[in-house]
Design a protein around this ligand. Structure first.
Ligand code: APR
Length: 234
């Protein structure tokens, strides 16, 4: 592997699994308990806002009882100590990367702990429920706050910044994601096209595993600290 200066890391639900946050597609995962169409689309929200708010109120409360695990801690350590370019792009809407100390971070699917006002477009930090139709802290209008989470059919956040980073990357590492959902599942190909080396760290081969130069399979809490130690020793 040539000189590595610029790293892009993509994380998915598998990086938070050992913190006790359900993944989406593993046995008993979130989407097996709820039909995606019933909770994670703008149409679902228009059809039954109370059901959707209840689902996200429960998730927003649940993640506040969880703690970062060794994988989050290792990525925060890499972020703090890596003198080159580094970007963590997470598909996760929990705040465990931040709580572990990560800074160079993009939440491409939004965040559970944020509310988005559909009246004034403001985003506000939000820890409590939205089901009781509270007022927007920015404009005061009540009942028009939604979870600031990107639903199916909506555009993920900060895609220009993400593709810019992928085009500059010398190394792309995908951690804890099934490679089932685009555009994230296509990032490995974008990185390869820019000449980056590619590595998959996941419990099992992802749907896109054949696009990676190398893959290590096992729990993120073991694989990620080991990989970060290698990167910081170089
Ligand atoms: N360590 C490493 N990998 C793990 C672990 C673990 N402890 N536990 C599970 N995994 C792996 C699984 O093998 C699986 O490949 O994490 C992946 C989780 O895949 P998904 O449940 O599909 O989650 P993700 O890839 O993040 O989903 C992408 O889909 O539903 C949308 O918006 C949602 O962001 C989500 C997106």
């Amino acid at each position: 592997m040539g000189e590595i200066r610029s790293i892009v890391i993509l994380t998915g639900a598998g990086v938070s699994a050992e913190s006790g946050i359900d993944t989406f597609r593993d046995g008993g995962g979130l989407w097996e308990q709820h039909r995606v169409e019933d909770v994670a689309t703008p149409e679902a929200f228009a059809r039954d806002p109370d059901l959707v708010q209840r689902f996200y109120d429960m998730r927003r409360a649940a993640i506040q009882t969880k703690q970062p695990n060794a994988a989050h801690d290792a990525l925060a350590r890499l972020d703090a100590q890596w003198t080159g370019e580094l970007l963590i792009v997470t598909q996760n809407v929990d705040d465990l990367h931040e709580r572990a100390g990560a800074r160079r971070l993009i939440h491409m699917h939004g965040e559970h702990l944020k509310a988005w006002c559909t009246a004034c477009d403001a985003r506000s930090s939000w820890l409590g429920p939205l089901g009781d139709r509270p007022a927007c802290p920015a404009c005061g209008v009540a009942g028009l706050l939604r979870p600031d989470v990107v639903w199916f059919g909506e555009m993920p956040y900060r895609m220009e910044d993400i593709y810019r980073a992928l085009n500059r990357a010398d190394l792309f590492v995908s951690i804890g994601t099934s490679g089932a959902v685009y555009p994230a599942a296509g990032f490995v190909r974008e990185a390869r096209a820019s000449g980056a080396a590619t590595l998959e760290l996941n419990m099992e081969p992802s749907q896109g595993t054949h696009w990676f130069d190398a893959a290590r399979h096992g729990p993120a809490s073991a694989l990620v600290p080991a990989w970060v130690a290698e990167m910081l020793e170089e």
